[in-house]
Design a protein around this ligand. Structure first.
Ligand code: B16
Ligand code: MG
Length: 217
């Protein structure tokens, strides 16, 4: 049977969380309040507009819909300026080797990211060619923990959800995978990844064999 691996981008394959953090902090500061790294943790896997709503709420600030669109655009402008300078060196440990081994084993690969900037990030870090399908914030309407982003990936690859393994660094992403009937591997801090069938610190700790074994359970 054909199995598929669906990868989250930010926090799993590349480390962009620090850039999201810097850009949101700059925005919060411009509005007169601060934004902490602990708060940033809660925004992982959460789409741009919803992230903004959460930040404004923490800062106790209210804005109209029009103002919110302008604020989100400003944050994105700062963020894009930072990711525009990303290089292959910012790919997280083990990512390239695992993607190569999966391709060699005939396993299908899709991206399942909330980001609308995934195309640029994959290009700058030279990862684009590994993917059979790309599902990101430009094509989904429901934010994780809704399973839409991963279910769409499985459909594009033509692989049943039960034979799909999702790689995620965010609790919302693990929940999305499970809601979609898929297996989930948590990457990063175990405390933020409840429900995953397997945990790893980074992708260097995983072999194709481990992944295949998970789909046979
Ligand atoms: P953008 P992922 C998510 O990507 C990030 O984790 C989250 O922090 C960000 O707000 C979201 O993308 C939207 O990103 O503003 O670039 O559209 O982890 O789902 O790959
Ligand atoms: Mg992520």
């Amino acid at each position: 049977k054909t199995i598929a691996c669906l990868f989250d981008l930010d926090g799993v394959l590349v480390d962009t969380a620090v850039y999201h953090y810097k850009a949101w902090k700059q925005l919060a500061n411009s509005l007169g309040f601060d934004f902490t790294e602990a708060q940033n943790e809660h925004l992982k896997g959460v789409n741009r507009m919803r992230s903004l709503d959460m930040i404004l709420n923490w800062g106790g600030v209210e804005k109209t819909e029009t103002q919110k669109l302008a604020l989100a655009a400003q944050k994105n402008e700062w963020y894009v300026a930072m990711i525009d300078r990303m290089t292959q060196a910012e790919v997280l440990p083990g990512s390239v080797a695992l993607l190569e081994n999966l391709r060699q084993a005939g396993i299908k690969i899709a991206l399942g990211s909330a980001s609308k900037n995934s195309g640029m990030i994959l290009q700058r870090t030279k990862l684009t060619h590994f993917f059979d399908a790309i599902v990101d914030g430009n094509v989904v309407s429901k934010s994780k923990p809704d399973p839409e982003v991963f279910v769409k990936g499985a459909q594009l690859l033509g692989v049943p959800v039960a034979d799909c393994v999702v790689f995620e660094d965010a609790q919302a992403g693990i929940e999305a995978a499970l809601a979609g009937g898929m297996k989930a591997i948590g990457v990063g801090q175990e405390a933020n990844l409840k429900g995953a069938q397997l945990y790893v610190k980074d992708l260097s700790q995983l072999s194709v064999k481990d992944i295949v074994a998970l789909t046979e359970k």
